[in-house]
Ligand binder design. Sequence first.
Ligand SMILES: C[S@@+](CC[C@H](N)C(=O)[O-])C[C@H]1O[C@@H](n2cnc3c(N)ncnc32)[C@H](O)[C@@H]1O
Length: 220
Amino acid sequence: MGQDIVEDMAAYYVQRAAYYERVYFKPERQVDLRAMEAALPVEFAGRDVLEIACGTGWWTPHAARDATSWLATDLNPETMALARAKALPAGVRFATVDAYRLDAPEAKGPFTAAFAGCWWSHVPLQRLPGWLALLHARLAPGARVVFLDNSYVQTSSTPISRTDAAGNTYQQRTLDDGSEHEVLKNFPTHEQAAAMLGPRAHDLRWQEYTHYWQLSYALR
Ligand SMILES: C[S@@+](CC[C@H](N)C(=O)[O-])C[C@H]1O[C@@H](n2cnc3c(N)ncnc32)[C@H](O)[C@@H]1O
């Protein structure tokens, strides 16, 4: 279920890789970005971290600063090539890993924390419970998990073009070559995200920024 949209999304990010980070230079998002970058390291201090869908590694240098080890993963070598070229803390390693399988030897864990930036929003709602269970199976008891993602802001976000029967929302995006892509992008509320996690998460913290949200919790 939702396999085509998941594959389309992966291909879309390959095509967008070279200029993906433009989105991080939108003037109205700068205050949020600086606050989030500053707040991330403490979540992972002293932990062995699995990063899902690292992309071009915008968050990695900040989040990995005080981690013991950090495995940054993505399905696409094209996006990871940009991340690899960055100045990174010494503990950062990379691996090509499909987030929906997490079956690469490097991703077996157990890790004591996990992080994913702008990934939750792209997972079809009907796949989120299964995907969370897969991720949690790679983590040790008590592991910390942090997700951050975009909030919908009318003046800054691409408009939602449709909603499907499962409640997933979509955007129609145009790349620099003129190609059009329908991209699944969900904007959960605090309550919806917490409901997805259920009792397996405790010490749940939801931080609402103007253009982003961040969810952090510990596994039982
Ligand atoms: C919205 S970008 C997020 C990148 C980065 N984490 C950030 O916040 O800037 C989504 C990323 O998911 C990656 N991706 C798509 N499908 C994937 C999959 N099945 N497994 C792992 N990564 C995938 C894409 O290559 C892309 O880098």
